[in-house]
Design a protein around this ligand. Structure first.
Ligand code: F6P
Length: 358
């Protein structure tokens, strides 16, 4: 059992609905255990600046249902430097911060693991709309963002139908097409294109032409932003032009971008956030750190951060020399199993989208 007087908490990287619910849960769980919580504003950059605010149960009493992060966020390359880390650790020590909870994506977890190795035990919580962390089936924010995306597509569908038009919609997801897949299925898109799978453009164009011949008026096509042309430009815009050229149907383009990162978190995101966050406090008290909270087959579990980061690199084919050296054969098998599960899920969703998309 570790004795903590004070836990620091920060949100880092792209914000996600449900981050505030995490903070609330950490504060309430910690206070119940007699531990103080201090918020760090603006992610790791705020830690380096020493931008701290005490968090009380009162100060988080109305945040569970709010979007964004009231602790603010940033991406902070300076934190990855020796000097940045030195200052951050000094700030923690000066303010008697005994442990940290860091909410965000893979960059955030790298920061949490560095802090742990520099003497500040830290735990990561997966907060990102992309659901792009291989070690967990779910990241906080995904459900809200797909619901927002689908609500917006429903609006587009109305006007597409009125004008007998097609709308190509580009949705967020830097490396991961899950937002696109869920949104496409739930909105009955006629085609979906994601970075993880080859997109048969010719088949999609033929399908659209055939559907119009059969009398279909409005149509939606969903493209994940991570899918780019060879020169790095957005494929969604190229596809918009090609659809219009090939089918002769008036085709409009919409980029939802950051809009779907905001909004009040859904019940799913509030509950998962609360569950993972309160468990993270328990683990710190039990003396555990350098882990990220994950949802695996419906259970909240803690996974070693190094394992999670390398599983991610393995999934994205970005392994560097020596990355796998420190893992046992069993651990490597577990990584492969996670990747296989993720691939099965993408295949299944892609197939459902193809089967029901009309
Ligand atoms: O947080 C993930 C994400 O929203 C990605 O989907 C997107 O590619 C990226 O962040 C956008 O980053 P930024 O907010 O820095 O423009």
């Amino acid at each position: 059992m570790a004795t903590f007087r004070k836990i620091g908490i920060l949100t880092s990287g792209g914000d996600a609905p449900g981050m505030n619910a995490c903070v609330k849960a950490v504060v309430n769980k910690a206070y119940a255990l007699g531990i103080e919580v201090v918020g760090i504003r603006g992610g790791y950059a705020g830690l380096i600046r020493g931008d701290l605010i005490p968090l009380t149960q009162q100060s988080v009493s109305n945040v569970i249902g709010t979007g964004g992060t009231f602790l603010y966020s940033s991406r902070c390359p300076e934190f990855a430097t020796e000097e940045g880390m030195r200052v951050a650790v000094e700030i923690c020590k000066k303010n008697q911060i005994d442990a940290m909870i860091c909410i965000g994506g893979d960059g955030t977890f790298r920061g949490a693991t560095d802090l742990t190795f520099h003497g500040i035990p830290s735990i990561g919580l997966p907060g990102t709309i992309d659901n792009d962390i291989t070690a967990t089936d779910y990241t906080i924010g995904l459900d809200t963002s797909i619901n927002t995306t689908v609500n917006m597509i429903d609006c587009l569908r109305d006007t597409c139908e009125s004008h007998a038009r097609i709308n190509v919609v580009e949705v967020m997801g830097r490396h991961c097409g899950q937002i696109a897949l869920y949104a496409a299925i739930a909105s009955g898109a006629v085609a979906v294109a994601i970075p993880e799978r080859p997109f048969d453009e010719a088949a999609a164009l033929d399908k659209i032409r055939a559907l119009r011949k059969n009398g279909k008026r409005g149509m939606i096509v969903v493209v994940a932003e991570g899918l780019t042309n060879p020169d790095g430009s957005p494929y969604a815009e190229t596809l918009t032009k090609r659809i219009e050229e090939y089918t002769g149907i008036s085709t409009r383009f919409a980029r939802f971008a950051h809009v779907v990162r905001g909004g009040n978190p859904t019940v799913r995101d509030r509950t998962t956030a609360s569950d993972m966050a309160s468990r993270a406090v328990e683990l710190l008290v039990e003396g555990k750190s350098n882990v990220v909270m994950c949802e695996l087959d419906g259970e909240i579990r803690d996974v070693d951060i190094a394992f999670a980061l390398i599983a991610d690199r393995m999934y994205k084919n970005k392994l560097k020399d020596g990355d796998l050296d420190r893992f046992s054969a069993d651990e490597l098998d577990s990584m492969r199993a996670l990747i296989a599960k993720r691939n099965r899920e993408i295949d299944r969703l892609y197939q459902v989208a193809a089967d029901v998309g009309f």
